[in-house]
Design a protein around this ligand. Structure first.
Ligand code: CP
Length: 335
């Protein structure tokens, strides 16, 4: 495949290939020299029209660890502020010889527009578009879940039993609860799609006003009661309340939201012992998650960021078809 626009683009085999390749990439992180020469001479452009910390930095780190040249473009401070269009910006970057364009945009559908245009010749990777999708976030979330939860055929706790044990390549039967501002969340949509492909059972928990129209057609359950689902969750993913996209008329007060949908220490204690707490970041501490939970050993938010580098290395490697084997065992060729 040339592009990654939606988690729905990935078959089960595609997703498992990315996750298995990411495991290979993760092994590099433990080595003194963390680089592979696989994308030497290739150029990756990070095209960010919307703010980002984790995604932009981790795509940059991923491309550099594969020895690609990286061009970072941020709309802020660029000629976009003078009114330059997406097309002219894309054509300008194409002139620099981009082999892959990693795009984040406030408009849902912008990466798809780029991928189906003749403005860009290389691969397009969606790094988050509006309220639509964030497929590499879903992949890194699945990678994190698989490391903690995969591998027990009986559904029991299996901390840190990864795919290497041969019993858990996917997330079949794992129960994942996604909580909060689903309406504005591209992370939720991509996770629901990918987790379904990997066999997990997903429940969305949100106030009715923060669920999108048509959610009943998504491949998941919906609940309005967080307390009723905690005890049967293998992972609970807290979504950021996206105040910048919020219409205040439809939002409960912050206090009311935290009381009904926030994860605090008392609620965390209701989770099974093996369950993990996830957050894609950035976090609103005190709103969807308390500092006590965010800083606890059960919260994987920082681990998710580290895993994001390995997963994005895998995505770039697979899309750009590196000329060298991905395995870090190929150390003779490292730069
Ligand atoms: N999770 C995520 O996409 O974070 P950033 O907005 O910081 O990239």
């Amino acid at each position: 495949k040339r592009h990654l626009i939606s988690a729905a683009d990935l078959t089960r085999d595609d997703a498992l290939l990315v996750l298995d390749t990411a495991e290979e990439m993760a092994r590099l992180a433990d080595r003194p020299i963390k680089k592979l020469p696989t994308l030497r001479g290739r150029t990756v452009v990070n095209l960010f029209f919307e703010d980002s910390t984790r995604t932009r930095i981790s795509f940059e780190a991923a491309a550099k660890r594969l020895s690609a040249d990286v061009i970072n473009f941020s709309a802020k401070g660029s000629s976009v502020s003078k009114g330059e269009s997406l097309k002219d910006t894309a054509l300008t970057l194409e002139a620099m010889g981009a082999d892959a364009v990693v795009v984040r945009h406030h408009a849902s559908g912008a990466p798809h527009r780029l991928a189906t245009s003749d403005w860009i010749g290389g691969s397009v990777v969606n790094a988050g578009d509006g309220t639509h999708e964030h497929p590499t976030q879903a992949l890194l979330d699945a990678f994190t879940m698989r490391r903690h939860l995969a591998g027990a055929p009986d559904g029991g706790p299996t901390h840190h039993r990864g795919p290497g044990d041969g019993t858990g390549r996917d997330l079949a039967g794992r129960r994942i609860t996604i909580v909060g501002d689903v309406l504005h969340s591209r992370v939720a949509r991509s996770n629901v799609l990918l987790l379904g492909t990997l066999g997990a059972e997903v429940t969305l928990v949100a106030p009715p006003t923060l669920l999108p129209i048509g959610v009943e057609r998504w491949p998941c359950e919906v609940s309005y009661d967080l307390d009723s689902v905690l005890a049967k969750s293998d992972a609970v993913m807290m979504l950021r309340v996206q105040n910048e996209r919020m219409n205040a008329a439809f939002f409960p007060t912050e206090r009311e939201y935290a009381r009904r949908y926030g994860l605090d220490g008392i609620r965390m204690a209701a989770l099974p012992e093996h369950a993990i707490v996830m957050h894609p970041g950035p976090m609103n501490r005190g709103m969807e998650i308390t500092a006590e939970v965010a800083d606890s050993g059960r919260c994987t938010a920082v681990e998710q960021v580290a895993n994001g580098v390995s997963v994005r290395m895998a995505v770039l490697y697979l899309l750009l078809g590196g000329n060298e084997p991905a395995s870090p065992a190929n150390t003779n060729h490292r730069t």
